[in-house]
Write a protein that binds this ligand. Structure first.
Ligand code: GLP
Length: 258
């Protein structure tokens, strides 16, 4: 795992966006896994800036959302389909038909989950998956004790996740109870993982993910199994890492780095 500690959120956005941009330059029709939440917003804004400046062409990429709430009315502003439209599809000028999100409004959610997996497979798999991390260590909506080999499926949100996400809804009771999420096994099949985290509230989850035991109690620890996982942190999110000096040293001395 490559752990990169950067001074602040702006640098996290810039360095993580560089990694995504490299993947897109290598493969202009790259399949990109798109996380929601506040963590990747700076990264998306940075990519949009590069597109607007003419430095990056994302017209050929395809996108897959990580997860979606179950039961929100179609077009609800907090559905992840809407959030991705506002924060990724529109700013980057993507063709909406090339971005797929699990269908949280489907009558048959199990069939929708299986169909979503098939769609990823038909696209040739995900080249680079962008991830945030929940304060309880979740990625996507894989809450603690999620199977490390799980696939896209229905999950019940942890009370803490609902409380954390209440800020996006009128009241805590308005946060859906269920979701569809890519599984940890699905996420592990992406060819490259890029996780971003900022702020002190994420420091314990980050430390458990990077340095704790591989355990479903911290779903993000599954990144330890991936051969190409990068974790981009600001100082606050890195505050509980025991080997922080080592990560700074390896980044400063990275092969080919500045
Ligand atoms: C959300 C999303 C995750 C996200 C995480 C952290 O509920 N399902 O994909 O990474 O929780 O959210 P935030 O980035 O807003 O802190």
């Amino acid at each position: 795992m490559e752990v990169v500690i950067l001074p602040g959120p702006d640098e996290v956005a810039r360095v993580a966006a560089r990694r995504i941009a490299e993947a897109v330059r290598r493969r202009p029709d790259a399949v990109v896994g798109l996380a929601t939440g506040s963590s990747p917003l700076g990264l998306y804004a940075e990519l949009a800036r590069q597109v607007a400046a003419g430095w990056l062409d994302v017209s050929g990429i395809r996108g897959f959302g990580l997860d979606e709430y179950v039961g929100l009315p179609p077009g609800h502003p907090q559905s992840y389909a809407s959030v991705l439209r506002r924060t990724v599809v529109q700013p980057l000028g993507l063709d909406p038909a090339r971005v797929h999100v699990p269908d949280g409004g489907a009558a048959d959610l199990d069939a929708a989950a299986a169909g979503f997996e098939r769609r990823i497979e038909a696209a040739g798999g995900i080249d680079v998956q962008i991830l945030g991390i929940g304060a309880n260590g979740h990625i996507g909506f894989n809450e603690p004790t999620s199977s490390l080999s799980s696939r896209t499926r229905v999950k019940t949100l942890a009370p803490r996740t609902r409380a954390d996400n209440a800020r996006f809804f009128g009241s805590p009771e308005d946060v859906p109870v269920h979701c569809l999420t890519q599984g940890l096994g699905t996420i592990l099949e992406a060819r490259e993982l890029v996780l971003v985290a900022q702020g002190r509230a994420k420091a314990d989850a980050v430390a458990a993910a990077v340095e704790g035991p591989l355990s479903s109690m911290c779903p993000a620890s599954v990144l330890q199994l991936h051969p190409r996982a990068g974790v981009y942190l600001d100082e606050a999110a890195a505050a509980r890492l025991r080997l922080a000096d080592y990560y700074r040293h390896t980044w400063a001395h990275r092969p080919g780095g500045g």
